[in-house]
Design a protein around this ligand. Structure first.
Ligand code: TYD
Length: 209
């Protein structure tokens, strides 16, 4: 048992995770917790290099290579940032973690769950987040929010370029997983008003304080 707490945020692209991430940081800091924010893929020097490759929309990547690179970045992230930070007693909040691999590479790309489970066990053994928020939106709403970002000047990455069918599969996979691990994963209806969402997040966070 590590003294810190590990919270992860999940959802399809455009679910609005980033807004809630910074609000959670403010909430926890206000409660006197030392908070470390991070994200996947990334969070380390090597991880950020892998992120550039993984998100680069100019190059096709085999689905299995994609899965292996996601877990390679995760190994670095766990060993160099997440575990040491938790050992110091920090609250680590990560924008995405392994549930994203099951949803995107599993549901989205069609990689068999057993393969992903093997990689999960290899990279993190039985380690899991203390709490996960899954922000649920339809692929239509997610797409609308992506398009509304940066007045349309922002370049879409290799995942955001995918069709709605892909995001429907990713969403189904997240929902299935959230129901299976309902003690850890909380489904948040991300189409609700922000104030209502914040109240729910706060009440759930208090259960692990
Ligand atoms: P994200 O940081 O949410 O993108 P943005 O900065 O544009 O909001 O995530 C990057 C992408 O990586 C996202 O489309 C989902 C994908 N991803 C996977 O496919 N598998 C994974 O295991 C992880 C961590 C991310």
């Amino acid at each position: 048992m590590l003294p810190g707490k590990f919270i992860t945020l999940e959802g399809i692209d455009g679910a609005g995770k980033s807004t809630h991430l910074s609000w959670l940081e403010t909430l926890l800091s206000g409660m006197g917790k030392k908070v470390q924010l991070t994200h996947e893929p990334g969070g380390t020097n090597l991880g950020e290099e892998l992120r550039k490759i993984l998100l680069d929309s100019s190059q096709a990547i085999h689905p299995e290579t994609e899965a292996l690179l996601m877990f390679a970045a995760r190994k670095e992230h766990l060993d160099k940032l997440i575990l040491p930070s938790l050992a110091k007693g920090n609250w680590v909040i990560s924008d995405r973690f392994t549930d994203a691999s099951f949803a995107y590479q599993g549901g989205g790309r069609g990689i068999h769950e057993d393969r992903l489970k093997d990689l999960e066990y290899w990279v993190q053994n039985t380690f899991q987040p203390d709490l996960t928020f899954y922000f649920d939106v339809t692929s239509e709403l997610g797409r609308k929010r992506i398009n509304a970002r940066g007045n349309g000047v922002e370049v879409v990455d290799r995942f955001e370029k995918e069709k709605d069918e892909f995001f429907n599969r990713v969403r189904e996979s997240y929902l299935k997983r959230a129901r299976r691990f309902s003690n850890r994963i909380h489904i948040i209806d991300a189409s609700e008003p922000v104030e209502d969402i914040r109240l729910r997040l706060k009440n759930i966070v208090l259960t692990i304080c």
